[in-house]
Ligand binder design. Sequence first.
Ligand code: AP5
Ligand code: MG
Length: 218
Amino acid sequence: MNSGARLVLLGRQGAGKGTQCVRLSRHFVVPHISTGDMLRAAVREGTELGLMAKAVIDAGNLVGDDIMIGLVAERIQADDARDRGYILDGFPRTVAQAVSLDEITASHPLDVVVDLVVPRDLVLSRLSARRVCRDCGANFQATGTEPSPWTCENCGGDVVQRDDDTPDAINKRLDLYETQTQPLIDFYGESGRLAQIDGVGSPDEVFARLTKAVEQRL
Ligand code: AP5
Ligand code: MG
């Protein structure tokens, strides 16, 4: 078995982070830690965090840095992540989060930060066609020929559109990416930790580029 990895995946909304992290997690045998999935689980469970986060997420805004840093700090100290590493999807997405992540991981630093590069017009069309399984979170692309209701081929759950995949929320999220998250490209680039990978192509093609780039750095 390989010895795990400590990875961060950056990339615009719809760049394919979730899609590729599922595969990377199997490949490197490390947990896929998606802050979006953690927040959506809290919303489903009706926890205090979920009740607070729902309106923020649906409007396409960012949940506060302190809350997100606390969530991730706790998760990456769990046994599975501490021993073999992890793939972070959706965190950090502000400079304050990135600075805190460096502090939290000082004793076991990140191996590589990948920026999955996909142009804005292409992510817009991917997001408007995205459908997700409410139960297992699997992603699908709608073609207009699906049955209604649509059930998940993996687990039989309902396949629906995410509440934040409305045109207004998508545009808001993409604007926030430019102002809040794009600065992380310089932050990691200047410290020599960044690999920029072309995210255009089939999921298999993108995965092959990603594993090659990560393995070169491990
Ligand atoms: P989050 O869940 O992280 O959503 P996001 O940032 O909007 O990113 P997406 O999940 O939309 O994009 P993705 O890159 O994962 O794309 P996917 O693989 O699905 O966060 C949700 C919200 O939570 C945030 O807006 C915020 O409110 C809050 N939040 C989360 N983390 C936070 C933090 N750290 N700080 C503050 N707030 C936070 O792919 C998209 C579609 O394209 C899919 O349908 C897929 O099937 C398709 N696709 C993927 N790859 C390909 C390909 N190669 N070719 C064709 N289609 C493809
Ligand atoms: Mg995602």
